[in-house]
Design a protein around this ligand. Structure first.
Ligand code: YH5
Length: 270
């Protein structure tokens, strides 16, 4: 397989595809492969550049899922959408390896190679793209009492160190995208600072991914429940693009694609 290199001439939209039982209407342990495939195809038709498939809930307070269950959720769906550009949202090397074998090209590792020592070699050996994200703590405890002296400086230094570790381990810098990890062990003010000073991540020299879609800091800043965060998510997406984001991880693909396209049109001076 050819090595994946991020080559980005316009902001990319990554559509979120959750394949966790709680994201399906029956609410039970059963979920439908066909409806997940249909959702992926719908996002692609709406203009998603990447489909990010995840079988482990990473919401605050969520419990870990075992590897067999994660594989059982992710791989059957992935096998049917391998004609699309797919990233796999996992921290487990075995899940990543199975997903890359089934046609995914990118690993979205919210632990930035810190959960599983096998992950870096898998990314290197498959020549996969990778997203390295900052988080403080683990999903169970991360929102309890997040603390930083300077959140932007700490997150930037962490990501610089993870890039160095990856490159030293044989991953090409051109395979790497970085992510400040909005909502992962951050207060509302920490999230606000990361976005307000997003330009300060450009010096890392890798494309910046922002995942702010529907997250609770938007709800808290606007006093909106989860179902009423579309406007806030789109405003955040526009802000992020204008301040250097190259990949937007979102639930609402059609609306976000409109934002990206309109910004591209407005940028032209001729
Ligand atoms: C991310 O930022 N986020 S999963 C809570 C919400 C809404 C959305 C309370 N995986 C990221 O999407 N991967 C997740 O409402 C991610 N960057 C990357 N690279 C959490 C999520 C969410 C949580």
């Amino acid at each position: 397989m050819e090595t994946f290199h991020w080559k980005i001439d316009r902001p990319l939209v990554m559509g979120i595809l959750n394949v966790t039982p709680d994201s399906f209407s029956d609410g039970g342990q059963h979920f439908d492969v066909a409806s997940a495939v249909a959702r992926a195809r719908q996002m692609a038709s709406e203009g998603a550049d990447i489909i990010d498939i995840g079988g482990e809930s990473t919401r605050p307070g969520a419990l870990a899922v075992n590897v067999d269950e994660e594989i059982r959720r992710v791989i059957p769906v992935l096998e049917q959408i391998s004609d699309l550009l797919v990233s796999v949202d996992t921290t487990k090397a075995i899940v990543a390896e199975r997903a890359l074998t089934a046609g995914a090209r990118i690993v979205n590792d919210i632990s930035a190679f810190q959960s599983d020592a096998g992950m870096l070699p898998v990314v290197r050996n498959f020549g996969a793209g990778v997203v390295l994200m900052h988080r403080q703590g683990t999903p169970t405890t991360m929102q309890d009492n997040p603390r930083y002296a300077d959140v932007v400086q700490e997150v930037r230094e962490f990501l610089a160190e993870r890039i160095t570790t990856a490159v030293t381990g044989g991953v090409k810098k051109s395979q790497i995208a970085v992510d400040p990890g909005i909502g992962f062990g951050k207060s509302v003010e920490h999230n606000r600072q990361l976005l307000a000073r997003l330009e300060q991540f450009a010096a890392l020299g890798c494309p910046i991914l922002v995942g702010a879609s529907r997250k609770s800091f938007i709800g808290q800043l606007l006093n909106r429940p989860a179902a009423e965060r579309l406007s806030g998510s789109l405003a955040t997406a526009a802000w992020a693009v204008l301040h250097g984001a190259k990949i937007l991880r979102v639930h609402d693909v059609a609306e976000t694609v409109d934002v990206v396209r309109l910004l591209a049109t407005l940028r032209k001076v001729d």
